[in-house]
Ligand binder design. Structure first.
Ligand code: ADP
Length: 396
C-alpha cells in the first residue's frame, strides 16, 4: 500500500509518498510560493528535481506533485493508481475530532466550521482535500488533526477563566497543537524503553519554529502549552507565547495600532526575533551570542527559562515525571538548548551526559544512568503518523 501524505500551508505544500509495506519514504518534496511569483517545486524521488514554475493555486501544485511522482526520470510510480489513499494534515479539528477520520461530506462540513478557529491554516487544508477529490478521484482521503491528541485534556486544563458563556458561544478554550508530534515521540519512547505508555508520565518538548510542551499521563495528553491558537505558551521563533492580556490594549493605545496589528506583532515580530533583534532562527541567535550580543543572549535565556517553567508545571500537574523528550528542529539538533533547559531541572534529579547529549537528529538517551528522570532526544515524524493513521482507517 502506498500513501500520499500532504501538508498544505497557505502558500506551501509538503508531501511524501510512503510505502506502507516497510514504511519507507519513496519520494518527498515541497512546493513553495504557491500563488506568488517564482513558485517552485523541490522533489526527491528516484532522482532529485527542482523547477521554478508557475503554480497559481494548490490545484496547480498538486498537479506538479503528481507529475513529479510519475516522471520516468525522477518519479517513483508508473500510474497514479499505485497511490492507495491520501493522508492530509489538518491543523484544527475543534471539538469535533479526537482522532483521525476518513473524509466524508459530513466531515468536510465540520472542517468548514473550524475555519474560524484557524483562519490561516484550515482553508489551505480543506483546499488540499477538495483538489485531491478532483485529481485523485475515488481515492480515500484521511484527515489527521494537530488538535486531536489533546482532546483528552480535562476541563481544568482546557477551560480559560473567562465567562463560561464564551466557551459555549464561541468555543473559546485551549485546544493545543503539534498533537501528531507529541503522540509520535511518546509512542517511540514506549517502544524504545519497552514499557507501556499507560504506565508512564512523560513531558514532550516540541521545539521548532513553533514550539509547545505537552504533559502525557498514561498515554493521554493532559495539558499542553499552546492554547486557543498556536500563539500561547512558549517563547517561539516569532511568537510571543504567554503574556499579560492587558498589554494588548496598552500597546494599541501607545502605538496607535489596531488589535489586528498588535496580534500580527505578537505572531510574527515577537519571540526570540523580537527580543534578540537578530533573527527568528536559533542558529543565527547562537552565532550572535558567541560574538557577545547581549540581546541575543537575553532572547535565548527567556526561551530556556520558559520551557523549564512549563516542564516544572507539568511535573506538578502529573505529580511526577518519568521521562522528558526533546524533538523538532531545535530539540533534535541543538545540544546547547537541551543542556540549558535541563540546567533548571536538578530538583527532578535530571543529570545530562555531555557526550551523549552531543547528538543531532537521532534517537538518543541523553541523561546519565543515575539520572532520576530520563531525558531523550527523539526525532519526530509527523508524516509517518499521518500515513499510519490513514492505513489503519483503510484497513478497518
Ligand atoms: P517548523 O517545522 O516549526 O518550521 P522546525 O522544527 O523545522 O520548525 O525547526 C526549525 C528551527 O530549528 C529553526 O528555526 C532553527 O532555529 C532550529 N534549528 C535547526 N537546526 C538547528 C541547529 N543545528 N542548531 C540550532 N537550531 C537549529
Amino acid at each position: 500500500m502506498k500513501i500520499l501524505v500532504l501538508n498544505c500551508g497557505s502558500s506551501s505544500l509538503k508531501y511524501q509518498l510512503i510505502n506502507m509495506e516497510d514504511e519507507s519514504v519513496l519520494a518527498k518534496g515541497l512546493c513553495e510560493r504557491i500563488g506568488i511569483e517564482n513558485s517552485r517545486i523541490k522533489h526527491e524521488g528516484k532522482g532529485k528535481y527542482e523547477n521554478i514554475c508557475n503554480m497559481k493555486d494548490h490545484k496547480d501544485a498538486i498537479k506538479m506533485v503528481i507529475d513529479a511522482l510519475l516522471n520516468p526520470d525522477y518519479g517513483v510510480i508508473k500510474s497514479i493508481d499505485e497511490v492507495n489513499a491520501v493522508g492530509h494534515r489538518v491543523v484544527h479539528g475543534g471539538e469535533f475530532f479526537s482522532e483521525s477520520v476518513i473524509v466524508t461530506e459530513e466531515v468536510k462540513k465540520s472542517l468548514e466550521e473550524c475555519v474560524e478557529l484557524a483562519p490561516l491554516h484550515n482553508p489551505a487544508n480543506i483546499l488540499g482535500i477538495n483538489v485531491c477529490e478532483e485529481l485523485l478521484k475515488g481515492k480515500p482521503q484521511v484527515a489527521v488533526f494537530d488538535t486531536a491528541f489533546h482532546q483528552t485534556m480535562p476541563e481544568k486544563a482546557y477551560l480559560y477563566a473567562i465567562p463560561y458563556e464564551y466557551y459555549e458561544k464561541y468555543k473559546i478554550r485551549r485546544y493545543g497543537f503539534h498533537g501528531t508530534s507529541h503522540r509520535y515521540i511518546s509512542q517511540r519512547l514506549s517502544e524504545i524503553i519497552n514499557k507501556p505508555l499507560e504506565e508512564l508520565k512523560v513531558i514532550t518538548c516540541h521545539l521548532g519554529n513553533g514550539a509547545s510542551v505537552c504533559a502525557i499521563k498514561n498515554g493521554k495528553s493532559v495539558d499542553t502549552s499552546m492554547g486557543f491558537t498556536p500563539l500561547e505558551g512558549l517563547v517561539m521563533g516569532t511568537r510571543s507565547g504567554d503574556l499579560d492580556p492587558a498589554i494588548i490594549p496598552y500597546l494599541c493605545e501607545k502605538e496607535n495600532m489596531s488589535v489586528k496589528e498588535v496580534e500580527k506583532v505578537l505572531n510574527s515580530k515577537s519571540g526570540v526575533l523580537g527580543v534578540s533583534c537578530v533573527s527568528s532562527d536559533f542558529r543565527d541567535i547562537e552565532d550572535a551570542v558567541s560574538k557577545g550580543d547581549k540581546k541575543a543572549e537575553s532572547a535565548l535565556e527567556l526561551f530556556y527559562y520558559r520551557v523549564a517553567k512549563y516542564i516544572g508545571s507539568y511535573a506538578a500537574a502529573m505529580n511526577g515525571v518519568d521521562a522528558i523528550i526533546f524533538t523538532a528542529g531545535l530539540g533534535e539538533n541543538s545540544p546547547e538548548t537541551r543542556q540549558n533547559i535541563c540546567n533548571y531541572l536538578n530538583y527532578l534529579g535530571v543529570q545530562i551526559d555531555d557526550q551523549k547529549n552531543n547528538c543531532r537528529g537521532k534517537e538518543t538517551i541523553i541523561s546519565t544512568e543515575n539520572s532520576k528522570t530520563s531525558v531523550y532526544c527523539i526525532p519526530t515524524n509527523e508524516e509517518l503518523v499521518i500515513a499510519r493513521d490513514t492505513k489503519c482507517l483503510l484497513d478497518k
